[in-house]
Design a protein around this ligand. Sequence first.
Ligand code: N01
Length: 533
Amino acid sequence: MQNQKYVDAVVVGAGFAGLYMLHKLRESNLNAVVYEAGTDVGGVWYWNLYPGAKCDIDSIYYCYTFSEELYKKWNWTSKYPKQEEILNYLNFVADELDLRKDIQFNTQVLGATFDEEHNIWNVQLKNGEIVKAKYFISAVGCLSATNIPKIEGFDQFEGEAYHTGKWPREGVDLTNKRVGVIGTGSSGVQTIPEVAKVASQLTVFQRTAQYVLPANNYDYTQEFINESKEKFEETRKLLHYSPSGSAIIPRNKSALEDTAEEREAVFEEAWKIGGFQMTTTYYDLMVNEQANEYVSEFIRKKIKNIVKDPVTAEALTPNYMYGVKRLTLGTDYYETYNRPNVRLVNLRKTPIEKISAKGIKTTTEEIELDVLIFATGYDGMTGPLLRMDIKGRNGVSLNEKWENGGKVRTFLGLATKDFPNFFMITGPESPSVLVVMPIAIEQHVDWIVDCINYMEKQNIDAIEPSKDAEEAWSKHNREIAEMTLYTKGDSWYTGANIEGKPRSFLIYLGGFDNYRKKCDAVAASGYEEFQLY
Ligand code: N01
């Protein structure tokens, strides 16, 4: 071990999860280091600099709640915060808690190998360094492994090409350029209206139409901010102990109980309010196909009313179930297609054949482009973990154990057998992305740090879940997901967006409140479903 750095814990990533984990580890007097590939803190909010990047959760909820003082010191300016504002917030937190001194930037973690003899992780950094740590903690998030689909001829393209999740820090001047955007998920939906305002011509290459709800963003008043600060404790409780881990509480009514006119009025009101209000209208939109069809049809009609060209409107109208792909919020999204400089190419009718030197060749034409934007998303949930080479007992990698994502087994999405002392913050099979992320993160970090403190006090060298515990948890996850409509869609939710990725739904849907209770019970039992060495 001589000449090699040893720390109690290595944390990968300096986004919301990594920053809070570092703070908590320090509070426990543990010696920790965070490795971060970027040049500064922020995680996804550091990388996603594309025009229009915003959060679609209310800013007063999309933040840390572990410290009342911190919560009250920061002033959000609007309901849905811009990327820049969230990044500023995370910089503020890093400064307030003096976190940077234990973060090594520009440092990518390539992988980690568990040394069974010493119960130590050897963490490999891209710069060649190996760091030893008792605990290896992933704070890499769920949506950080960018996906650029393999399209023939990409290397021949003479224009500029960018992925929304790896946008150049110096920015990109799109003024009067011919721009193409591939992809119409949350990133595409946010960037398309902004690009349309400056590009001479914008061509959107759409494979699957989206359900886009109006964001109806607005600036907060000082009065509202003061009030939200007063309500800190109430908000914290609501977010941490509600079934959805958010402030969105659906009405206790089935869409089937109302008449057509009543439903129309309810949906109309939700559309007017905007944001995710639609998800609160009826409790069964995501569990009953008929209820789902009612809301799907309501939005389909809205699209046809907004978009003037009937062929474009038809192409923009989704024919699958509402919500099985993650819902998106847009600002003038459908309206943007009424602009003379915007054109939609329906890839279902005229697929991309190749990328040429000049642009994109579909089956019917070549569209010349100066800039090509890939809003093509992420290898979600497992991608960020499996892109590291993590080797547990007997040199078996996480990729091998999880069969490239096809057979993920975790206990509570926090840990996985044969990878002792390896913890995942918002890992697969935890509620993660279907809870407000900073809240899901706080719950995970608190649990992990409590577990580590327990181990340190009891002189335990290693902890890992038992095979039975993780098999049961994974089965429970799958069974609950199958009771919903979520598994029916093709998106990063199910892994269907990545060519060759096995299909599975890796978000725990049994309720954040129940999940928290289960985690607490496991801790209270002295980690009964884990093996401790
Ligand atoms: O990615 P996506 P995203 N040819 O996977 C298309 C979070 N987020 O970056 O649907 C042509 O949703 C693909 O088409 P299809 C949020 O959780 C949050 O937009 O697979 N098209 C789809 O249209 C979100 O859900 C915010 O047929 C191809 C698009 O690319 C998640 O990140 C903002 C293609 C990808 O959509 C991911 O969103 C941004 C191909 N070969 C992101 N391959 C907030 O507001 C893919 N596509 C908080």
